[in-house]
Design a binder for this molecule. Structure first.
Ligand code: GCO
Length: 442
C-alpha cells in the first residue's frame, strides 16, 4: 500500500465490513425465511439461483474469521445482525439467534475489536414481506421492536450502531428497479419504501436512545451522478438521479425535507401525513457513514415515464461489477455531505472496495488491482481530511468473498479468498498489504 497508519490522525479507525445473510449461512441456528430466500427461489432473479443457506458458514467459523481481522491489525468489525435470525417470524425472539450475536460480540471484545453493528442488511423475514414489508407503515414499529430485542441483548457492548444499511437499496433498488428482493417494479411501493425506510431508521434510533445507547449513526450508499453530455437536459437528469440516490436520504435525516425534483415524481404516492414523520426521521444521530463504490453517467430517456432517465456506459476503467473506478467521487461526497448536511458530525467511510475474478494459484491469491483501488480511494480520504472534513474511519468491503446478492458467489469482494466448495479461507495479497500498512506504527 502507498499509505500507512501513521499518515492518519492517531484515533482514525480502520475496519472491515460484512453482512449477515452474505456470510453467516442462513440455514443454521433457527433463522427464519427471508424475502431473499423467496427472491432467489424465483427463476431469473439470482445468478444460478444461488442463496445464502451456507454462504461462508461464518455462523460456525466466526472465531477464525475474527482472528483474521485481528491479525491484519484492523480496529473495528462492521457486522450486521439478521432480523430473521433474531426473530424468525419477524416478531418472536429466537434464543439461538440472540445467543449467536452474544457470542460474536464477546469474541470481538476478547480480540480487542470494536463491534460496529448494523441492524438491517436486507434480511426481511418473509412473514413481514407477506404483510407488505417496506410498503407497510407499521414496519417502523416492527423494526423498533426488533431493535429493542437485539440491542437489549448486545447493545451494552456495541462501539457503534446504525439501523439500516443503504436505504436506497432497500427502497429504490428493490421496489423500483426490481434488482433486489422483493423484486418489485412499482412506483407507489417505491415511494412508500423510500419514506418508511427512513421512518424505521428514526424509530430505531429512538428505541436505542431509550436503552441509553450512544454513538448511533446512519449508513447511506452514494453514487456520483455526472451528465452524459453537455446538454441542459442531461444536467437536469443527473441532478434528478443525485436527488433520488443521494439527497433524498440525507435531506430526510439531516434537514427534515425531501428534494423537490424527487417529490415531483413521488409525492402523489407517499402515505398521508408523511411530513409529520420528519419529527422521528430527524432524531439526531452521532455520526454519518458513507458507502462508496462508483459514479454513473446519466442521460434523458424522454419516452419513459418519470424519472425519464437512463444510465449510459462511461469511459473509465471498470471493476468486475462493471462499475467505473472513480476515486474522486469519494472526496466529493465526503466534502459535500459535510458542507450541505452534517457539519461537524463525524463521518466514516463505512464501505469501499471492489470485486475481481480472483483465483487461487499455488495457495496464493494475487489481487493487485484491489491494492491500487484501495490506495487511490485512501488518497481521496486524506484529501478530505486535509480540507478539514471530519472523517474518522475507513472500512473495507469486505473481509471475505461472499454472497453478492443477485450476482451470486462469483463477484469476489473479499480481502480473503473463500473456496465455496471447501469453505477454506486464503488471505489475498491485498490482505497482506493492508496488514503491513496498518502495522507500520507498532
Ligand atoms: C452494498 C452492500 C453490500 C454489497 C456491496 C457490493 O453496498 O450493496 O452493503 O451488501 O455486497 O456493496 O455490492
Amino acid at each position: 500500500m502507498k499509505f500507512q497508519r501513521s499518515d492518519f490522525p492517531e484515533d482514525f479507525l480502520f475496519g472491515v465490513a460484512t453482512s449477515s445473510y452474505q456470510i453467516e449461512g442462513h440455514g443454521f441456528g433457527g433463522a427464519g425465511r427471508t424475502h431473499w430466500d423467496d427472491f432467489a427461489a424465483t427463476p431469473g432473479n439470482v445468478v444460478r439461483a444461488e442463496h445464502g443457506a451456507v454462504a461462508c458458514d461464518h455462523y460456525h467459523r466466526y472465531e477464525a474469521d475474527l482472528d483474521l481481522i485481528k491479525a491484519a491489525g484492523f480496529d473495528c468489525y462492521r457486522f450486521s445482525t439478521s432480523w430473521a435470525r433474531v426473530m424468525p417470524d419477524g416478531k418472536t425472539a429466537n434464543p439461538e439467534g440472540l445467543d449467536f450475536y452474544d457470542r460474536l460480540t464477546d469474541a470481538m471484545l476478547e480480540r480487542g475489536l470494536k463491534p460496529c453493528a448494523t441492524l438491517y442488511h436486507w434480511e426481511l423475514p418473509s412473514t413481514l414481506a407477506d404483510q407488505g414489508g417496506w410498503r407497510n407503515g407499521d414496519i417502523a414499529k416492527w423494526f423498533g421492536d426488533y431493535t429493542e430485542t437485539i440491542m437489549g441483548r448486545i447493545g451494552d457492548r456495541m462501539y457503534s450502531v446504525a439501523p439500516i444499511n443503504e436505504p436506497w437499496c432497500v427502497a429504490w433498488l428493490s421496489h423500483f428497479l426490481g434488482h433486489h428482493a422483493p423484486g418489485l417494479r412499482d412506483i407507489r411501493a417505491t415511494a412508500r419504501a423510500m419514506h418508511h425506510v427512513l421512518l424505521a431508521h428514526g424509530t430505531a434510533i429512538q428505541a436505542m436512545r431509550g436503552l441509553g445507547m450512544t454513538n448511533l449513526g446512519a449508513v447511506f450508499n452514494f453514487e456520483w451522478a455526472d451528465p452524459a453530455d453537455q446538454s441542459p437536459d442531461a444536467a437536469e437528469k443527473a441532478a434528478l438521479y443525485d436527488g433520488i440516490y443521494n439527497r433524498w436520504f440525507l435531506g430526510g435525516v439531516f434537514n427534515g425535507a425531501y428534494p423537490d425534483n424527487v417529490l415531483a415524481g413521488l409525492e402523489p404516492h407517499l402515505p398521508k401525513g408523511w411530513q409529520d414523520d420528519f419529527a422521528t426521521i430527524t432524531t439526531p444521530v452521532d455520526w454519518c457513514g458513507l458507502n462508496y463504490y462508483t459514479r454513473k453517467l446519466i442521460a434523458p430517456a424522454p419516452s419513459d415515464p418519470w424519472p425519464s432517465l437512463t444510465e449510459v456506459e462511461g469511459p473509465l476503467p471498470k471493476t468486475f461489477m462493471d462499475w467505473e473506478i472513480y476515486p474522486e467521487g469519494l472526496y466529493k461526497f465526503l466534502k459535500r455531505t459535510r458542507d450541505d448536511y452534517t457539519g461537524d458530525l463525524p463521518l466514516f467511510v463505512t464501505e469501499n472496495g471492489m470485486a475481481a475474478p480472483d483465483t487461487l494459484a499455488n495457495g496464493r491469491c494475487d489481487d493487485p488491482d484491489r491494492i491500487d483501488f484501495i490506495d487511490d480511494h485512501i488518497v481521496q480520504v486524506q484529501r478530505a481530511i486535509a480540507d478539514g472534513v471530519p472523517v474518522q474511519g475507513y472500512f473495507l468491503w469486505s473481509l471475505l468473498d461472499n454472497y453478492e446478492w443477485a450476482l451470486g458467489y462469483e463477484k469476489r469482494f473479499g480481502l480473503v479468498h473463500v473456496d465455496f466448495e471447501t469453505l477454506e479461507r486464503t488471505p489475498k495479497s491485498s490482505y497482506h498489504a493492508l496488514k503491513q500498512a496498518l502495522r507500520a506504527l507498532t
